[in-house]
Design a protein around this ligand. Structure first.
Ligand code: ZN
Length: 261
């Protein structure tokens, strides 16, 4: 079955947040309880994770996911990478290593902060560790995981450049944290037929490092995807309220949402 699962639909603090609770979100709606952002995608039996938040262990257990072929990283901010150690469980029963992909600065940062998880860096202790193999992607240059074609795309306006991914020629496109879609990326997304677009809606209003609802809608009109799901939502984004203001074929995601591709 070809599908995506929204593992986590929250921004960095999750919902509720430790500091401020539920914000504008109705605490009685279970769809408002959000772990940190991540997506699982399965196309033609190839299984990939996009980002590994600190919540990844529970996310994989909750969604009954036990094997992964590769991990794609959008950037190296803490809310997207801090679960990397839990990838250990995915190589526990075999010694083949697990490929991770990302742009050069993101891979470098991950390697600096988690040197012990990579097979080409000698282990300091003889303990179990994740066995990861790092791969640097170039924007606009497609690569394959098994038979799954993946196109990495550059996004801008977050404090660091971020990487989005188009899987299987637009069957699914994941937009990372962003504020601006650079012309080359937009051109590409207009050229392919985008089936499902997963897009961050961190706050409804445009903020310093994040696009808001109006920016997203402006880009959606240009890209013309068939379906859109908002993710990476802060406590300012109540599920029912966001649903009310979303146009046709567009809806807020929630943790555990399964999307047929
Ligand atoms: Zn970020």
């Amino acid at each position: 079955m070809n599908r995506a699962i929204i593992l986590g639909s929250g921004a960095a603090p999750g919902v509720p947040t430790i500091s401020d609770g539920w914000g504008n979100c109705n605490p009685h709606n279970p769809k408002n309880r959000r772990t940190r952002a991540g997506v699982y995608v399965e196309i033609n039996n190839i299984k990939v994770l996009i980002d590994t938040s600190a919540d990844i262990r529970n996310q994989l257990l909750d969604n009954d996911i036990h094997t992964i072929d590769a991990v794609l990283y959008t950037h190296a901010h803490a809310d997207h990478i801090m679960g990397i150690d839990d990838l250990r469980a995915l190589t526990y029963h075999h010694n083949q290593g697990l490929n991770i992909y990302g742009a050069k600065p993101h891979i470098e940062e991950i390697r600096n902060r988690f040197d012990y998880v990579f097979t080409d860096i000698p282990a300091k202790e003889a303990t179990q560790r994740p066995q990861l193999i790092s791969n640097v992607i170039e924007y606009g240059q497609q690569f394959y995981v098994g038979n799954l074609k993946i196109m990495p795309l550059e996004f801008a306006g977050h404090p660091v450049p971020t990487t989005g991914y188009s899987l299987d020629d637009g069957r699914l496109v994941l937009v990372p944290d962003y504020k601006i879609i650079p012309p080359l990326t937009l051109e590409y997304l207009q050229k392919i037929d985008v089936n499902v677009l997963i897009m961050p809606l961190t706050n409804l209003e445009t903020s310093r490092y994040h696009a808001g609802k109006e920016d997203n809608l402006m880009y959606i009109q240009k890209i013309r995807p068939q379906r859109v799901f908002w993710t990476h939502m802060s406590p300012k984004c109540d599920y029912d309220n966001v649903m009310r203001i979303s146009p046709a074929n567009t809806a807020p995601a929630y943790d555990g949402l399964e999307i047929e591709l």
